[in-house]
Design a protein around this ligand. Structure first.
Ligand code: NAP
Length: 277
């Protein structure tokens, strides 16, 4: 069965849109772009479209690669202090001369809609309510929608990024799964993936996961986005695996739209906390 992220995310977006329609002042999200990157341009456009579709104001603040860090930090602080702004994120990747972790930690944790500040990472590890990174949060919402229980399940996550693998590890652990994380230095990846009740793949390698690497009847979540000759592919070889699993996300139409929906969700969550409506 397909885990239909497009359908579930459109329900979430509809709920958000209805909620916002009763607000006198609209929530606002700011995306900071540093340097130029074609893929980022597309992601930013998509975020803008999604925000406007539910009634969230959107602004992209752009800095040239030649900008200095102090100017960017000053702008972040200005946005932190602006009560009209409910969400701030830094579009990655950023040029190598900047330290992403350092810049992100200047964002007010309440407005950190990507859940990447040390405060929000710590809250998640401590199972305290905070801002949760949108992709793992979206995966949890998708599993929740399809009533896939995590208690006692053997979960394997391939990929240990701060954006996906690590926060998902904590979210799933908090839901009583037994969680293993694999990465590029894992010896014999198949040994782990083959035993997973729930397999999440967030690597960025087209069709890394083949039919012989999954357990019969398992749940497979494909986070990967690999653009080859203008076509999108996941990290999982969907066609060969589909018949062998109980649930699987497609690419596109699985995790991607859930990520965008949770970005809107996090922005509205902070808006409601700030009590200005
Ligand atoms: P990332 O920061 O590049 O991390 C990739 C991870 O994969 C790393 O932990 C790396 O291990 C691991 N890895 C690389 N090759 C491997 C291999 N052969 N076997 C096992 N592990 C391997 O990437 P990311 O930001 O997490 O994104 C991963 C993918 O998800 C990308 O395709 C990205 O575009 C996509 N993505 C999609 C969404 C969405 O909304 N659908 C959101 C975010 C990301 P090391 O740590 O050892 O290097």
């Amino acid at each position: 069965m397909i885990l239909d992220g497009k359908m579930v995310s459109s329900k979430i977006r509809e709920d958000i849109k209805n909620e916002i329609s009763s607000f006198s002042i609209k929530p606002k999200l700011v995306d900071i772009q540093i340097g130029h990157n074609e893929a980022s341009d597309i992601y930013i456009k998509n975020k803008e479209k999604a925000c406007l579709s539910v009634g969230i104001e959107f602004e992209c603040v752009r800095f040239e690669e030649s900008s200095n860090e102090e100017d960017i930090v000053r702008k972040i602080e200005e946005l932190n202090n602006d009560k009209r702004i409910n969400g701030i994120l830094i579009q990655s990747p950023i040029p190598d001369k900047f330290d992403f972790k350092d810049l992100v930690n200047h964002i007010d944790p309440e407005k950190d809609v990507d859940g990447l500040t040390n405060i929000n990472i710590g809250k998640l590890a401590n199972n305290i309510d905070g801002m949760v990174s949108c992709t793992p949060f979206g995966i949890m919402k998708l599993l929740e929608y399809y009533e896939i229980d995590l208690t006692g399940k053997n979960v394997v996550i391939v990929g240990r990024s701060n954006l996906v693998g690590k926060p998902l590890f904590n979210l799933m652990l908090n839901k009583n799964a037994t969680v293993t994380i694999c990465h590029s230095k894992t010896v014999d990846l198949k040994l782990y993936t083959k035993n997973a009740d729930i397999l999440v793949v967030a690597v960025g390698s087209k069709h890394l996961i083949k039919e012989d690497m999954v357990k019969e009847g398992s749940v497979v979540i494909d986070v990967g986005i690999n653009r080859v000759d203008g076509v999108l592919y996941g990290d999982v070889d969907f066609n060969s695996i589909y018949e062998h699993v109980s649930y699987i996300t497609p690419v596109p139409g699985g995790v991607g739209p859930m990520t965008v929906a949770m970005l809107l969700y996090n922005t509205v969550k902070n808006y409601k906390k700030s009590n200005i409506f």
